[in-house]
Design a protein around this ligand. Structure first.
Ligand code: FMN
Length: 327
């Protein structure tokens, strides 16, 4: 790819990388626009794709868009551009969440090897082996989150138990909340809608031991939809948090989340997300206080990590559908 001009195929590749990012219930709540004059990709929140019951303040929209921004940055650097990112660049346009300008790269940046992981990363909701992650991998993942301005902690045995219990509480509340359950069910049961929804095969089983609070996505535990299997009894959970809780922090947390997930993919580590607690402010505060004697933070995501089957790909909207205006 030329480093001075950007043709349609190159732009297509950059946006496709962004679209491969994870998002709450695979809503893909983003819209891209390219300004050829300034060689800038603008990333907007797509209001029509937000989940107003599950994510009333839009925190998860920002997290999801943050993931897409990280992928775009990784792809831009891979093709020899220097991505210059601004978060919330226009106070009078709140839906414009970020811009990424493709500047000339003064030096060929070192390859992080994360670009390939953009295409290979999928949520794996299957049981993991229980084999612990090596300490150097834990340290690398922690550093990856730190690079993007977030904190990644690995709770000990007791705190892991607390996280699981809070997640179960949130999961039960979600199932009991008719608006949220309907919202979730609508997305899973939209097979006719290629652009939206999770592939039901990608949902994975539920835990026979009822220890791992895997998300039910409104399927209500019909065994033919969500068969049960035994999950790891000592899961490796990581808690991603930020020092503050502003919209920019949510966008940073998204970028940190995606950097952690890409690095995990590169190291052969599978991951799935447990976001239920983040959807109930009181439970989210409980997680922000872990560990009890550490500094308080704002919890942004619980990540389950381990070794096990690769996740299955979920559908995505096409680049054309995600772009506003001409490519
Ligand atoms: C903010 C956010 C919250 C999410 N919450 C959950 C969750 O609670 N449970 C889950 O299994 N996956 C969760 N996911 C993962 C999405 O369901 C997943 O990214 C999406 O279905 C696309 O699939 P992929 O990750 O395999 O590309 C979440 C993702 C994001 C960005």
């Amino acid at each position: 790819m030329s480093s001075s001009t950007l043709g349609a195929p190159a732009l297509e590749r950059l946006v496709a990388a962004a679209v491969a990012a994870p998002s709450l219930h695979n809503t893909q709540p983003w819209r891209f626009r390219f300004d050829a004059g300034t060689r800038t990709v603008r990333i907007h929140a797509a209001a029509d794709r937000a989940l107003r019951h599950t994510d009333p303040v839009g925190r998860a929209v920002h997290l999801s868009v943050g993931c897409a921004v990280l992928n775009l940055r990784i792809a831009a650097a891979h093709f020899g551009w220097e991505p210059v990112t601004r978060l919330l660049p226009c106070p009078d346009r709140p839906a414009l969440l970020a811009t990424v300008r493709l500047a000339e790269s003064v030096r060929g940046g070192p390859s992080t090897g994360l670009y390939e992981a953009v295409w290979r990363r999928h949520s794996s909701r299957f049981p993991f082996s229980g084999r612990p992650l090596p300490s150097d991998v834990l340290a690398e993942l922690t550093e990856a989150a730190h690079l993007e301005g977030a904190v990644l902690r690995f709770p000990g045995y007791d705190d892991t138990d607390r996280v699981l219990r809070a997640t179960w509480e949130a999961e039960w509340r979600n199932r009991a909340d008719s608006d949220r359950a309907a919202e979730s069910r609508r997305l899973v049961r939209a097979p006719h809608c290629r652009s939206l929804g999770l592939a039901s095969a990608a949902l994975g089983p539920q835990d026979t031991l009822d220890r791992m609070p895997m998300r039910d996505f409104g399927a209500h535990r019909h065994s033919e939809v969500l068969p049960a299997r035994a999950f790891e009894t000592h899961p490796t959970l990581a808690l991603l948090s930020t020092a503050h809780d502003r919209r920019t922090d949510w966008l940073r947390a998204g970028q940190a989340l995606e950097r952690v997930l890409l690095l995990a993919t590169r190291r052969g580590v599978r991951a799935s997300l447990l976001h239920q607690t983040m959807e109930w402010p009181d439970l989210r505060r409980v997680l922000g206080g872990l560990p009890a004697h550490g500094p308080r933070g704002h919890a942004q995501m619980v990540i389950r990590l381990g070794y096990g089957p690769e996740g299955l790909a979920s559908p995505r909207r096409s680049v054309e559908e995600a772009m506003e205006g001409e490519m």
